[in-house]
Each structure stands twice: as C-alpha cells, then as structure tokens.
Ligand binder design. Structure first.
Ligand code: IPE
Ligand code: IPE
Ligand code: MG
Length: 232
C-alpha cells in the first residue's frame, strides 16, 4: 500500500465545534490541541516520517486578541506538557512560519523544544505558526537576494524556505468542510494529493487519519506523466 512520507494537515473547525455547543471559541482550540495529540500519536505509530500541522495563519492574527493569545498560550504547552513525549518518541519539532510575528514567550518556549529535539529522527513534526505560504515565498526571496546564481531550477527556490530539508507534502488534509488551502504550503503543494473532510478538527482521532491514508492509497500520482492504463 502506498503511504505518504509527508502528511500536512489544515486543522480547521475548532471555532464551529465550540459555537455549536454554546462554548467560547477558545475551548474549541483546547479540544483541537487534544485532537492534534491524537493525530501525532497515530502518525508516529504508523511510522510517518514527516507531519505538518497548520496551527495559526498570519491572517488569523486579525481575530480577537483573546482568541489569538489563547492559541499562543496553548502552543507553550508543547514545552510544558509534551516535550517529554517528543523525546520518548524520538520526534523532532520544527517551527514553520514567520518567527518575527510570534510573541517572545511562545517563540522562546518553542525554540527551546526545537533545540532539545533537534537530533530526534523517527518523525519530524512541523508546526505552522504565523504561517502564510506567500509570506514564506517573500521571505525566501529576501534570503536569496545575494544568491540568485544558485537558483537555476524552480526546486532551488525551496533551499531558501524555512525548513529546506523537509520534503514537499504528499498528502494535504483539511478538516472542517472548507475546500481551500488558505495560504498553506503554496509552493510545496504543487503535486500534493488533497483530501477534504467535513468532520470538525476537535472530533478527529486516529481512525480519521487511517481513513485519509486509505483514500490516499487509491490515488494515482502521475507528476505530469501519462496515465498508467490497462494490464500491459
Ligand atoms: C482552526 O479552527 C484553527 C485556527 C484557524 C486557529 P477555526 O478557529 O478556524 O475554526 P472555524 O473554522 O471558525 O470553525
Ligand atoms: C486556516 O483556517 C488556518 C488554520 C487552520 C490554522 P482558517 O479558518 O483561518 O481559513 P479560512 O479563513 O476559512 O480560509
Ligand atoms: Mg476556520
């Protein structure tokens, strides 16, 4: 069965999950964080080498301060409540996104987790925070300013992205029913398989990931080549 090397997930639907229950949106994000842990565990037990989770976009910073601050505080719990598990499971954490836009205390905490887990290799977990694909391309252009001779092919552009050693996602999943990328991995998604599910993110568990992987296993990836038809 074909399995993806890199799964990237747009974790959407936390706000609606909470509103449906008459709860504040921040509670939806707390439940969403638990769902993220379930998915990380399943991906790890399935030996998926790379998992990227879209936690906060740059455009999400326009939301109420209380909601955004709540998300930044939840991200600190990666260090306070989850670092030990990352070490035990040999998982490396990488931040994907614009570090200049992440509040100091959250950045300090996550950079510590990055340092502490840098040698872990069973799985790489990228957390996209203050991320926007267009912004990543803009920042790459600025980094490449004095190295333009090193860019001969489109793939060379990726050398200037946030985490150049992470391969492009094979599968991009979005929960919560919307069928769009909302700025996620715009360059890297060139040949990614896309899968959209109605289930709101806080309701996700390992079985949803299994379902997405079953779906992925039926896809024919052609990368521009002619279809593989018939029995010949
Ligand atoms: C995804 O859930 C998490 C973030 C974007 C931070 P939303 O908060 O967008 O949830 P909905 O789409 O409003 O339900
Ligand atoms: C995308 O979700 C960002 C994350 C899941 C972190 P949004 O809820 O912000 O996207 P739109 O506004 O529906 O496109
Ligand atoms: Mg949303």
């Amino acid at each position: 069965m074909q399995t993806p090397k890199h799964i990237a997930i747009i974790m959407d639907g936390n706000g609606r999950w909470a509103s449906k229950r008459g709860l504040p949106r921040s509670l939806g994000h707390i439940e969403g964080e638990k769902a993220a842990e379930r998915i990380i565990e399943r991906a790890h037990s399935l030996n998926i080498p790379y998992l990227t989770l879209y936690a906060l976009s740059i455009d999400n910073l326009k939301r109420d301060k209380e909601e955004v601050d709540g998300i930044f505080n939840l991200l600190i719990s990666i260090e306070t409540a989850y670092l030990e598990k990352l070490q035990k499971n040999n998982i490396r954490l990488l931040i994907l996104g614009n570090r200049d836009l992440i509040p100091r205390n959250t950045l300090f905490s996550l950079e510590r987790v990055e340092r502490e887990t840098r040698l872990n290799r069973q799985m790489t977990l990228q957390i996209a925070i203050c991320y926007d694909g267009q912004d990543e391309i803009l920042r790459a252009l600025k980094k490449a300013e004095n190295h333009l001779d090193e860019i001969q092919r489109p793939s060379d552009i990726a050398k200037f992205f946030d985490n150049p050693d992470v391969p492009a996602p094979d599968l991009i999943i979005r929960s919560g029913g919307e069928k769009r990328l909302s700025g996620f991995m715009l360059f890297h998604s060139c040949y990614s398989e896309l899968a959209f599910y109605d289930k709101l993110w806080p309701d996700w568990n390992g079985e949803m990931l299994d379902l997405a992987l079953d779906d992925y296993s039926t896809r024919e990836r052609k990368f521009g080549k002619a279809a593989n038809v018939g029995n010949n």
